[in-house]
Structures are given as structure tokens and as C-alpha cells.
Design a protein around this ligand. Structure first.
Ligand code: SF4
Length: 507
């Protein structure tokens, strides 16, 4: 049987699959297909978009199957589309596809068309600040809300099989073979757990609705990474979990075992994602922070779901940390992680996510948020990233029952000024603090032209965007020297080309 995957890319609070990230969904599905000796082809939505052909920037994400996409799809018995943006952002060199775009591009192919990924569970939001509806009348033969890899195994074997991480083990390893169909370099998103350890989750979050809490075995993670490394992957992020610090009860010994195993696999980048400030603020959390600094590579970011500094909003939305816990976590991570590493970036810094439009938000909420950010700046800390997004209202969440977009609509007219103040008064200053003029950043991967300028970034968790005022070859690594700062990106001059990663194509 021929099974094709069409990756429209995914972005969730727990898990990223937008290039250069390769998410877990395609790898697990391919792992089942390969394990049962079926042919499996990996395509990306960019391989199917006719307007992208022949444009060097826009074909950045093409797979090695791009030129044969039509023939592959004509011969496919099953076509599995992966899609879903639950925390949509702006992407440097990728435009995610939607289920409707994919089904339009797949018209005329006879294979059974299946939709999976976050969009299949509770719809997809491409921009933020909207009510998201379930996918209906989608044109697909089947919409799989749960694990598509499990469905595929049941379909191929005609057996009832129970899922879970013990069943996933072999497929996660086998799925690494899919990397042979992609241009390297990529960064592999690695799953360590699912679900939220809190009994009642935050008002806007889908994770407690999607998954019961479960953690992977450390050795399974290590074996999957080793298998990916064997296929040439050098960049990894332990990013698919709701809170890295909560792994197996947040016990430092368990987390050390996880990190030690991951670090023993050959790699250039080892980062993490998702940190609950309430845990990072504790003594146990500080021990975990030290382990992360010790085992991971520099430029690492603790993206913290702060969401709001306004106590009344925190309570109304059942958010997990108080502003003082956030301040403590920021101090602790700065203390342990601010030393500069060998790629030019501080080793490990905190980041903050803020959500606008939450239950109970007022104009004062924005002022309180700004005052806390100013306090962080004035107390001399470094914040690597302040991510501000408008709430997405998904079906069945508490916010959908308590007014939906009511607060967002009421306060929207104040958002522009708030964002502007954060960008000008906080972000810009932080950027100068983190990467002063003269800083040398190593291994910046060039991804995009804009006029005569080239934009790139290092591999990792929330890397800084670097602009160079000349056209450099795309898909090559350069060491650069910082010469200036935009609001949220750097201006740099190239030193030497440090390209060390070779595409399969060139082999
Ligand atoms: S702590 Fe809140 S945002 Fe994080 S996974 Fe749980 S419910 Fe979601």
C-alpha cells in the first residue's frame, strides 16, 4: 500500500511542526507505515502549491519528493493531511496550510483522504483573536481527532490496538526514516509527555481536554533521538509537553535522566520548551534549571505561560502562577543561565507569553502587564522573548462558555498602543542587553531574501531573527557580528560562511 502524508504544519502550545521544525505527527504516522512494510511518502503543502514552483525563497520548505508530488499522490491509496494552528504566530519562511487549502489541492486524487492533527480535534485558527469552529463538511473521507498513528496501525492490521506511549515506542524510532525525504537541516520536535498535570486547566487551553497526563520513558526519548541523529538530524528540542519542569512529577533525578540521555545523542542543538513559572520559582525548580543549563546548548529559552500579570484576570481564568512567582522564576533562570555560551547567546533565558482578551480583562490589565515588564527591565534581568497573542476561543473551553471574544472586542482598541510600548520600551532594550553590538553569533542559517537583504536565524527554541544588508546564499550557515538592533531583530554583518550541513541532495 502507498501512504502519503501532506504536512500543512502545526503549532500548538505543546508542540511545533512549522519548518525548520519537523513535528511528531508525520514521524509517528510514517513509523507505523514503515514498520508494517508499506511505502510512505512525506510531502509538504509547499510541494503542492503551484505558485511556489521556481521561487527559491518559497521553495525553502520543499521536500525531496516535490518534483514527483503529482505522481506520488496519483498512486497513493491513503493521503493523510496533518494540519492545525492552535497558537498561530508569524513564521519567517513558512505559510501554514489549512484543511480546506489541502483538500482543494488534492482534488482529483483517488486515495482515501484523511485529516488529522490539531485541526481535526477542535479546528484551526490562522491568525488569533477569533472563535475557532470544528472542522465540518470538510471534504475528507475521515477526520481523526485522536492519534492518527494508532488509527493507521489498526487499519493496516485490522486489529483493535490500545495506544499509549508503550505502543508508540517502536514507531517513534522507525519514523525517523522519513528524514531521508527532507532537505536537511531540520530541528526535530521531541515529545516527552502529554496532558496537563493540573486538575482544572486554564480557561483558554485545550490540553486538558485533549490528553490525560502521561510521560514517556527516558530511554524511549533517547532511542528516538539516536535514530534521528543516525539519519543526520543535529538539532533537537524537547518541546512537546505542556511543562518541561513537570516531567514525571517534576523530580530533578527523573529530569536529569531525561536530559543526560538526550545529551548523550550526537547533537548541535538541544533545547527545551514550555515552563510553568510556578514550578520554576521553587527550590526544586531551581535544581531543574541548573540541569537544563548543564545539559542543553546555549540560546535555550524557558517560554513561560504567564498569560497575565493582573491578579483578577489570573483568578478568573484559573491561570497557574502569580506575578510574584513569575518574578522569582525570572530571577532564578537569569541567575543560572545568563552566562554567554559558545554560539554567542546566553545559555538559558526566560521568555514570557501574554494573552490578550482573557476573561475579566480591562484597560488596566494592559497597564499592569506593562508595569511588570518595566519592573523586569529595571531590575536588570534579561527576557529573551515577549510573545503577545490574542486569545483563540476553542469549543468546549471555559472562555467559550464565559463570553468568548467579549473582552477582546471591548479592549481591542487599546492593544496597538500596548504592543507598541512593549516593543519599543521593553523588547528593544532587552535585545541590546542580550546581544550588544559586537556580539558574534555562530551558525546563523540564512532562510529568506527581502529585497537586497537576507534574513536568517540560529537553530533552536525561539531564535533571534538576524538581518544582513546583502544577499547571502540561502540554506547556508554564517557566523555574524551584531552591528545594530531593530525592535525585535538584529542587524548584523557576515563574518565567514560556517556551512557544515549538507543536504541529502548534495550527497
Ligand atoms: S497549565 Fe494551563 S496553559 Fe498550561 S497546559 Fe495546563 S491548562 Fe494548558
Amino acid at each position: 500500500m502507498i501512504i502519503s502524508i501532506v504536512d500543512c504544519y502545526t503549532d500548538e502550545p505543546a508542540g511545533l511542526g512549522v519548518p525548520p521544525y519537523l513535528g511528531v505527527y508525520p514521524r509517528y504516522i510514517a513509523g507505523v507505515a514503515f514498520s508494517h512494510s508499506h511505502q510512505c511518502f512525506y510531502l509538504r503543502i509547499d510541494d503542492l502549491r503551484p505558485e511556489k514552483r521556481g521561487n527559491s525563497t518559497l521553495t525553502m520548505n520543499s521536500t525531496l519528493n516535490a518534483n514527483n508530488a503529482t505522481r506520488i499522490l496519483e498512486g497513493s491509496h491513503i493521503i493523510i493531511v496533518i494540519s492545525g494552528m492552535h497558537t498561530p504566530g508569524k513564521y519567517l519562511a513558512a505559510v501554514p496550510g489549512t484543511p480546506s487549502e489541502a483538500i482543494r489541492l488534492l482534488q482529483g486524487y483517488r486515495g482515501k483522504k484523511i485529516l488529522t492533527g490539531p485541526a481535526a480535534f477542535l479546528g484551526t485558527g490562522q491568525t488569533g483573536g477569533r472563535i475557532v469552529h470544528r472542522v465540518q463538511n470538510s471534504g475528507y473521507d475521515l477526520v481523526i481527532e485522536g492519534d492518527a498513528w494508532l488509527w493507521l496501525e489498526q487499519y493496516l492490521t485490522s486489529k483493535e490496538i490500545s495506544g499509549g506511549y508503550s505502543r508508540l515506542r517502536e514507531f517513534a524510532v522507525k519514523g525517523s526514516e522519513i528524514v531521508r525525504q527532507i532537505q536537511l537541516p531540520i530541528i526535530a520536535e521531541i515529545e516527552t509527555g502529554r496532558g496537563c498535570p493540573r486538575k482544572i486547566g486554564c480557561s483558554f487551553c485545550l490540553e486538558p481536554l485533549k490528553n490525560k497526563p502521561e510521560w514517556r520513558e527516558q530511554n524511549d526519548v533517547k532511542e528516538e533521538m539516536a535514530s534521528l541523529a543516525h539519519e543526520g538530524v543535529e538539532h533537537f528540542r524537547l518541546g512537546k509537553q505542556s511543562d518541561f519542569y513537570a516531567f514525571k512529577g517534576g523530580k530533578p533525578a527523573e529530569i536529569e535522566q531525561l536530559l543526560k540521555g538526550a545529551a548523550s545523542v550526537s547533537h548541535k542543538t538541544l533545547h527545551i520548551d514550555n515552563v510553568n513559572p510556578a514550578l520554576a520559582a521553587t527550590e526544586q525548580g531551581e535544581a531543574i534549571t541548573r540541569l537544563i543549563v548543564n545539559y542543553c546548548t546555549p540560546g535555550n529559552v524557558a517560554a513561560m505561560g504567564v498569560e497575565s500579570f493582573d491578579q483578577s484576570v489570573i483568578e478568573a481564568n484559573n491561570i497557574n502562577s502569580t506575578p510574584e512567582q513569575v518574578m522569582k522564576a525570572i530571577a532564578s533562570i537569569n541567575q543560572c543561565g545568563s552566562e554567554r555560551g559558545d554560539n554567542g547567546m546566553p545559555k538559558y533565558l526566560p521568555g514570557i507569553n501574554i494573552i490578550l482578551g482573557l476573561i475579566g480583562e480591562t484597560k488596566d490589565t494592559l497597564e499592569i502587564n506593562l508595569q511588570y515588564l518595566k519592573r523586569i527591565l529595571n531590575e536588570g534581568y534579561m527576557l529573551r522573548r515577549i510573545n503577545i497573542r490574542q486569545v483563540e476561543v476553542f469549543p468546549d473551553t471555559e472562555i467559550s462558555r464565559q463570553g468568548g471574544l467579549k473582552y477582546l472586542k471591548k479592549n481591542k482598541r487599546h492593544y496597538y498602543k500596548f504592543r507598541r510600548s512593549v516593543r519599543e520600551d521593553i523588547d528593544h532594550e532587552m535585545l541590546k542587553r542580550i546581544t550588544p553590538v559586537g556580539t558574534i553569533l555562530k551558525d546563523v542559517f540564512m532562510e529568506l531574501y527581502d529585497g537586497k537583504h537576507t534574513f536568517g536565524r540560529q537553530f533552536g527554541s525561539y531564535p533571534l531573527i538576524v538581518g544582513v544588508k546583502q544577499r547571502l546564499p540561502l540554506r547556508e550557515f554564517f557566523d555574524v557580528r551584531v552591528v545594530g538592533h531593530m525592535l525585535r531583530s538584529l542587524v548584523a554583518e557576515p563574518l565567514t560562511s560556517s556551512s557544515s550541513q549538507i543536504d541529502h541532495q548534495a550527497n
